[in-house]
Design a protein around this ligand. Sequence first.
Ligand code: B12
Ligand code: SF4
Length: 490
Amino acid sequence: MGYPLRIALVKPHSRGINLKGARQPPIGLIGLASILLQEGLPVEIFDGSFYDGSNGADHMSDLDSLVNDVSEYNPDILGVAAYTDTMPECEMILNLLSETPLKICGGPHASTRPQELLRYCDAAFVGEAEFSMRIFARSVKKCGLSSPTSLDRTPGVILNGGSLTSQSSEPLKDLDSIGIEGWRLVSKYFGMMRTSAYRHISDNFLNIMTSRGCQNICDHCASPLTHGSGIRKHSIEHIKATIEYVAILREQKGLPRLESIKFDDDDMMARSASELGAIGEYLARKNINYSCSASMPNFTREKAEIMAKTGLRSIFFGIETHEKRRAEIMRGPKGQMSDDVIVEALDSMRDNGVFTITGYVIGYPDETLEDISKTGETMLALPSDYPIIRPLEVYPGTPVFRWMEERRRLYPGLPRPEDRFVDRTRWDSEPIGLPSSMHNLTRSTLLEIKKQANLAAYLSKERLERAQAICSDEAERELVARNYERFARE
Ligand code: B12
Ligand code: SF4
């Protein structure tokens, strides 16, 4: 085989029903592509989120177009990102491209259920894959595709029929070593990006993470399974360089200037006030506003003021459940949050003109109906502009999944390690193809509770007026009203 080998990195097509309007390039694949480019290997990114039926095509023909585009590129190595909710699409893509000489995968689902992926792939990369990918790239350049030789030498990889090659791939220490070159491979999508209207930022945005990890371990969350616990940060210089690079790429494409940033860090407020000030001042100079997510225990009034002054428009806080249960489902400072602390933080954000989005989850397997109704009451009582409540979705490897596994008799049909995890034909009303997380309550009941809670929250004149009071103009007030109408219907 002649060199250089071509690599296609593919993010499977999203089903649409879960996307609620967000469409943004995949940070994980961009980082891996940057490493491959640094190592001198030709690579392309194909992101199914941008083949989402919005151009008039249906779901399946869009999946075919994605596969056709990858086939045309004719890769020697196919790398597919495996997230749980898109596993059926992931399998279809791997089947349709089964002729590719070497097939690898990674991502949260591949890390927790590698055996499922190994039916279609030569190797599953476990956890954060940058370190492994660099070694793999060097080894492939040296040994070619003689699998498993190139893979044998790669740490943190599970090969067909085998166990982990060598030490597992530790979460990467030096995030800046990843590089930013990969962003140019997704510039073809920049003009199609879309973020949720309740973020109050522009669709001419860039999604980046300035850090990885958080200080908590929550029972429902899969993030610590990939990123470990504790926080690692990019330097401020690296963040600025990424933003500059993407702004230039947009200019070269003739696109409108970069107007907003969506920070996808698990906890943006884990940074110190002075670091947040440095990032914010840079953005304010460039006239770029932003939205982010944060963990409430790291909130301070000082950080809120600095961020608001430098362009923060909205912030997401995961509250998850009612006060009495927080410590039971969240290990770390987040479990200790009291309602009083939350109210203070939400009020302070609003006083600074920032919209607050709060997340609540119902349907933990060991919850009672009383817990669920208390979470609903908490959602209505806490003064957030956009409270979002959703039935729990259970992901492999998480404490809630382990809880269910230990009580299999309550969950007939719960997937075993050798089964397909997402089987949409079996529980087709369930988004990730599992039985309801509550053995004594169906998902439809949980969805009905969500509907009632949304009606109460979003038909509230008081909440609407409070949110509209921080709008900058009439157009934004109308946007809030439209958002409220939409949420009231969900
Ligand atoms: C930003 C984000 C989004 C964005 C963009 C999603 C995207 N896929 O790009 C939006 C808002 C659209 C979104 C939506 C949803 N998300 Co989301 N999201 C995140 C978040 C906060 C960051 C993702 C990210 O960029 N991480 C940083 C990169 C570097 O990490 P990574 O993606 O895991 O990639 C690394 C490894 O996994 C691996 N890897 C990944 N792909 C590949 C491929 C190959 C070939 C290899 C070798 C390695 C490899 O290497 C990468 C580098 O180290 C994560 C939480 C988190 N902190 O990771 C949740 C997370 C990914 N989301 C999650 C979920 C559940 C969802 C939703 C289903 C939520 C819902 N109910 O609607 C939807 C699904 C939409 C969809 N199909 O994409 C879960 C996934 C769990 C799982 N087992 O699949 C996570 C982990 C959060 C959680 N609750 O646990 N999400
Ligand atoms: S605080 Fe957020 S990111 Fe951290 S474990 Fe909990 S849900 Fe996951």
